[in-house]
Design a protein around this ligand. Sequence first.
Ligand SMILES: [Zn+2]
Ligand SMILES: [Zn+2]
Ligand SMILES: [Zn+2]
Ligand SMILES: [Zn+2]
Length: 537
Amino acid sequence: MDRKRSSHPGGGVTEKGISTMIHEEDKGCEHISVSEKEFFKTAPHNEAGHSEQCSGHHHHVDVEETSGTRLLITLGLNLIIPVIQVIAGTFAHSMALVSDATHNFSDFTAVLLSYIAYRIGRKGASLQNTFGYRRAEIMAALLNVIILVGACIFILYGAIQRFLSPEVVSGKIVIWAAMVGIVGNGFSAWLLHRDAKHNLNIKGAFLHMLGDFLTSVVVMISGIVMFYRPWYWLDPVLSVFIAVFILKNCWDIFKSSTKILMNATPSDIDLEAVHEALVSIDGIKSAHYLHAWPVSSSGISFSCHLVVKDQMLTEIEKLSKSIRHMIFHKFGIDHPVLQFETELCGRGTLLCETFAAKTKRKKVDQQNRISINKGNNGSNDQPKAKIGPKTYGYLYHIARMVLGVIFIYASLDKIIHPQAFAQAVFNYQLLPDSFINLTALILPWLELILGCCLIFNRWMPGTSVISITLLIVFMAAILFNLSRGLDISCGCFSTNPEEGSMNRLTLIRDASFLIPAIYLVFMSLFKNNGKNQFEEI
Ligand SMILES: [Zn+2]
Ligand SMILES: [Zn+2]
Ligand SMILES: [Zn+2]
Ligand SMILES: [Zn+2]
């Protein structure tokens, strides 16, 4: 790439020193300030410098704060419990115990990895790693997710094997091994509950331990049931639920970690509000090219351009100090980099033009030309980029309600009569015999969960995509059997074979369900995506 070095048109001034810019045609600019060293000395993220003004109100909670012995106890417990449970699970032929153990072991690796990451993260910045090593914790979290997903695949595979060839589960061993989990997790929860009232992080850990405690209770109840009744299918069903629970946790960790790696704006920061707060300060004509991003799970970095009138650098320093203090206390931004200018360096949009979508930039151009013609250049009336939550029309909500009710209604009869539904699946003559019982057991529950997700608007693009996939699979099966002339009932809503055999009307009925499904997929996947990132008013 051919980059032309040139001085900044606005004569950009950072807090201490003049910045030089590398311009790349008109694709915006990269900001390199000469005096990063001086900046770090005075920046408020430097605790010593900041505490001169105010003290005693910065609560950082890290592994650091939990005492060493308590950490050791937690680590020890979370290692002993899963070891006992895995051994017992193997003897008792219980998949539920093994999956409960997997979760408990994952808690052990999570604590261990975050501790190791914390030790690595304590290493300060170097010339090679100017941000330090604080993102090591994100790497650790992702590593843990990979391990857990692997474990879940193992559990699900084992559960499927159990569905295909059920084994006798020893209820007695399950009860005793689950007791170990109950005592261990209960003790951990009790250790944490005293501090949980005062500290959000510890409260989160406490609630997690409470959840683990309840999981072990459910496993124990299944052991009691299997002790008296030979309902051994209960065991793989339970292990699937626990695996799904683990995967849900993985998804949450994965989402928050990738957000940090993508330099996404922290969810508690409203960039428009920051912009508003900045331009409302006396002496600031305009604020543009705002970036806010987390370096790790604590601490927020921030950079922006500020247009001010030409003045002494010492005046700018006073202004800068009050800005830093304001955005730290109002938004928790602890590492701001401010670039002061006496005139706009670009088009003055809230979002940095280097990263703006190409199609949208033309509109910004037009808008800006209008505002320049009006003579508003450099004032607060810049075209603003809007960041807002997804908004949907009422059609979207009707579509998901209708589809949700259809799915739930379809699932109920099959859940009540699994054997009759297995017969219906068998009649389709599509699946190998070994998969028929499994399908008949899982499919109705999948429909029920999907229906609930649709009605409560949960996990949205995923829910709509799975719904439409299911509908298409059903239609393909019906179409296939119509074309080869099989005279069977469809089994969509009723497991009663007297219901009558399926015909073209069945196909048309199922096809009509596709209409809301397609609409949902389209709305949840493609609509509003652009608006989320960049929109002009
Ligand atoms: Zn302060
Ligand atoms: Zn846990
Ligand atoms: Zn600028
Ligand atoms: Zn930028």
